[in-house]
Design a protein around this ligand. Structure first.
Ligand code: FE2
Ligand code: FE2
Length: 225
């Protein structure tokens, strides 16, 4: 099986696992959820990883496979109980690395790319760090995952999660009026590659402008140039 086909299979596999997760969480809450945060986040990470891959010297298909599988252990499984699923989520780097390796072995991915993906998934957890990741795929997966959180996509994913996963009231004007979070600047400074830092600067500026325009429009203003 060529690596592009493996990437497509990984996408299908995660799409299915995210649906299963959404179904489990929906039945625990007694209501179907209308927003699939896990899939939306993963899709954005895969797209960013694929776009940045050439610039950081990684095969784009390899980058997308790692991205599709990186949060696999956050998808709850119906064959496990709540405690086991929570434990998988709490250790989702190391557990996900193993689950991804098992899946990739079943597709016949050769040992070396499988090893790189295993390591990148094990090392992607966290928001902040003060050292660069040396392996190109580790660095790229970390960067794509963090970039997905600090831009326009991240704002929309978080809003979707708030609207569907929390019981508290969400005031949209207040939501979009939030300034740039200190955490986002820390995430930006923890990126590994120059290409990702340039991407972060563009995305953070676009997200600030997006939030400003959204808050203004929701308060009855006309769009500003
Ligand atoms: Fe993660
Ligand atoms: Fe993630």
């Amino acid at each position: 099986m060529d690596i592009e086909t493996v990437a497509e299979k990984a996408h299908e596999f995660i799409r299915q696992r995210c649906r299963e997760h959404l179904g489990i969480v929906g039945s625990m809450r007694g209501a179907a959820l209308a927003f699939d945060y896990r899939y939306e986040h993963t899709r954005t990470v895969a797209a960013i990883a694929g776009s940045l891959a050439d610039e950081v010297g990684v095969d784009p298909a390899l980058a997308r496979i790692a991205a599709w599988l990186h949060d696999i252990a956050k998808c709850w499984r119906s064959d496990l109980d709540e405690g086991a699923n929570r434990e998988r989520g709490e250790n989702h780097g190391s557990v996900g690395a193993v689950e991804a390796a098992v899946f990739l072995e079943s597709l016949g991915l050769p040992p070396e790319p499988a090893r790189q993906i295993h390591q990148a998934i094990a090392n992607h957890v966290g928001y902040l760090k003060d050292y660069p990741l040396a392996e190109p795929l580790d660095a790229l997966l970390w960067d794509a995952d963090k970039l997905s959180k600090i831009g326009v996509a991240g704002s929309l994913h978080l809003l979707g999660a708030r609207l569907t996963q929390k019981n508290e009231f969400t005031d949209l004007v207040q939501y979009f009026s939030q300034p740039d979070l200190e955490l986002h600047r820390g995430i930006r400074d923890s990126l590994n590659t120059e290409a990702a830092r340039r991407w972060a600067d563009r995305e953070m500026a676009a997200a600030a402008e997006f939030r400003r325009q959204a808050a203004h429009a929701l308060a009855g203003g006309t769009l500003q140039g």
